[in-house]
Design a protein around this ligand. Structure first.
Ligand code: MN
Length: 153
């Protein structure tokens, strides 16, 4: 679902420190990515790519390894609701009883260049400290939310 509807529906902004946010279309082509460390019920990473004024988001249950050769292995990436652009700098603790309760930290962030950005295939060059190089997100055929994420050689 697009345009932050689901993001807003899932949160009570008086009670969570997360940004309410809005769609933010910028001029120019400098796009950002962020990977959050999310210590929810289960520790996972959240990969977020700026696109169309929001952050397209995927949860990566098995975590992205910091080691570049380990990043060549494919990992499941489960698409989650679009997040507002302001979420790029969010860190903090989502309180108990709330959606995504737990501590959120920034694992890595930087600029990225999309080489291909389609509904079922995204190829991009990331310029971060840990995510650095060419990466692929490929959607499983006939599935709603499941993608594969890996670094290209
Ligand atoms: Mn998460």
């Amino acid at each position: 679902m697009n345009l932050l509807r689901l993001y807003k529906r899932r949160r009570i902004f008086k009670e969570t420190p997360e940004p309410r946010g809005k769609i933010k279309l910028k001029k120019g082509k400098k796009l950002i990515f962020v990977v959050h460390d999310h210590y929810a019920r289960r520790h996972h990473h959240d990969l977020r790519l700026e696109h169309g004024g929001v952050l397209k988001s995927w949860a990566i249950p098995k975590l992205i390894p910091a080691n570049k050769s380990e990043q060549l292995k494919k990992r499941l990436a489960v698409q989650t609701e679009d997040h507002p652009y302001e979420y790029k700098s969010f860190k903090g603790t989502i309180p108990e009883g709330h959606y995504g309760a737990g501590k959120v930290k920034i694992w890595d962030r930087g600029k990225y260049t999309p080489l291909e950005f389609q509904n079922n295939k995204i190829i991009f060059i990331a310029k971060g400290k840990k995510l650095n190089g060419d990466y692929c997100l490929i959607k499983f055929k006939g599935q709603d939310k499941n993608w594969l994420f890996f670094r290209k050689k």
